[in-house]
Write a protein that binds this ligand. Structure first.
Ligand code: ACO
Length: 351
């Protein structure tokens, strides 16, 4: 039966390293607090006005294409996951198509807005296209430029210290080889706590046009007062997070969705050769590792170096683990993510 395999993988992180000590210069925080709560020592920030999710996605794509043995012109469809797009619209998919110089051919581009679970959602969507026989080379990208949208004052420190910039990409191709490639994917959502990990503005609810005098129709009751309170006073143009709720929910959903993938395919946690969890927080990953009783060498974490890169974290970690020889041909690799929405998901891959 037709299914997908990862034919090539690549990642890109900006050169600029920002340590916890660098953050201590601009906000009231400490290296100890950040490391103890999240495991993060440093992260990368892109160059303002030069690097964007699209340019970083293009850098990762070129490596993934080369490793897949194709040129970017051979890509049939782009699925681009990001929560920090270059523009509010259009999405990064078409911008990446232009950046890669492949606008002359018939192809499609789709943006996925599922934040930390974005890459798993994107991979699953791409997998369905391949299974349906629609496309031969589907590019899946996760890319984020968080550094452009964080509150670097003490007010925003609970969120700002966690995030970093970067991109990862994979090329999916069809295969008929039994038991190889993507074995199963599982996607979930529950909007009950949608605002507990969110960026509310710009948006049609909280006001679009930050920095202009008028935010929509000049209705004093709705337009001006609402927008003033929410957008300007509450700074809803910065992400907010209920950290404890996220932690509590994540440590339940991660193991659940991993077990769902294992049960579906007849495997147990002991069969996993490498778990690559979304790099949300080292404490969450360690909790999941303990729940599934996995030894250290079977879980790949790199949040210490890159922070949380949201939709990019899984492909960056997956690529880095593979480059380091920690994922080998024939290994059973499990990917899992949880994040804003809340949404969560998993994928099981025979490498
Ligand atoms: N530096 C120093 N102090 C800080 C910082 C900081 N960067 N941020 C918050 N604090 C202070 C708070 O102001 C508070 O001070 P107070 O006691 O005087 O009021 C104190 O630290 C404790 O704050 P809490 O928010 O209760 O801290 P908590 O122990 O819950 O840790 C954290 C916060 C790390 C966010 C934790 O809740 C957590 O790990 N949550 C999981 C969320 C997560 O990992 N999100 C990642 C992104 S979402 C995703 O990818 C799924």
């Amino acid at each position: 039966m037709l299914h997908s395999k990862i034919a090539g993988i690549g990642f890109y992180v900006p050169e600029k390293v920002v340590t916890n000590h660098d953050l201590m210069k601009v906000m009231d925080t400490t290296d100890e607090w950040i490391q103890e709560r999240s495991g993060i020592k440093e992260r990368r920030y892109g160059i303002k006005g030069v690097e964007t999710p699209t340019t970083m996605g293009a850098a990762a794509t070129k490596i993934a294409c080369e490793r897949a043995g194709i040129s970017p012109e051979e890509i049939d469809f782009i699925v681009f996951a990001t929560l920090s797009p270059d523009y509010y619209f259009p999405g990064c998919g078409v911008l990446l198509q232009r950046e890669l110089g492949i606008t002359h051919k018939e192809m499609g581009a789709l943006d996925i807005r599922n934040q930390c679970s974005g890459f798993i959602y994107a991979l699953s969507v791409a997998d369905q296209f391949i299974k349906a026989g629609m496309y031969k080379n589907v590019l899946v990208v996760g890319s984020e430029m968080h550094s452009m949208g964080l509150d670097f004052t003490t007010r925003g420190r609970n969120v700002a210290v966690l995030f970093g910039d970067g991109a990862g990409a994979v090329v999916l191709q069809p295969t008929t080889e039994e038991g190889k490639g993507i074995l199963t994917t599982h996607l979930h959502s529950d909007g009950t706590h949608a605002e507990e990990l969110a960026l509310l503005s710009p948006g049609s609810h909280g006001g679009y046009h930050l920095g202009t005098e008028q935010f929509g129709f000049p209705d004093v009751e709705y337009g001006e007062i609402f927008v003033y309170e929410n957008l300007l006073e509450n700074k809803t143009y910065y992400p907010n997070m209920n950290g404890q709720l996220v932690f509590k929910t994540a440590v339940t959903k991660f193991p659940e969705v991993i077990m769902e993938a294992l049960n579906k395919t007849g495997y147990t946690p002991a069969d996993i050769d490498m778990l690559v969890p979304h790099q949300a927080n080292l404490r969450i990953a360690q909790f999941v590792q303990k729940t599934l009783r996995l030894p250290d060498e079977k879980v790949y974490n790199n949040i210490m170096k890159y922070g949380n890169t949201t939709a990019a974290s899984i492909p960056i970690a997956l690529c880095e683990a593979w480059e380091a020889g920690k994922i080998k041909d024939g290994d059973l690799v499990c990917l899992a993510a949880f994040g804003s929405g809340f949404t969560w998901g998993s994928a099981l891959i025979r490498w």
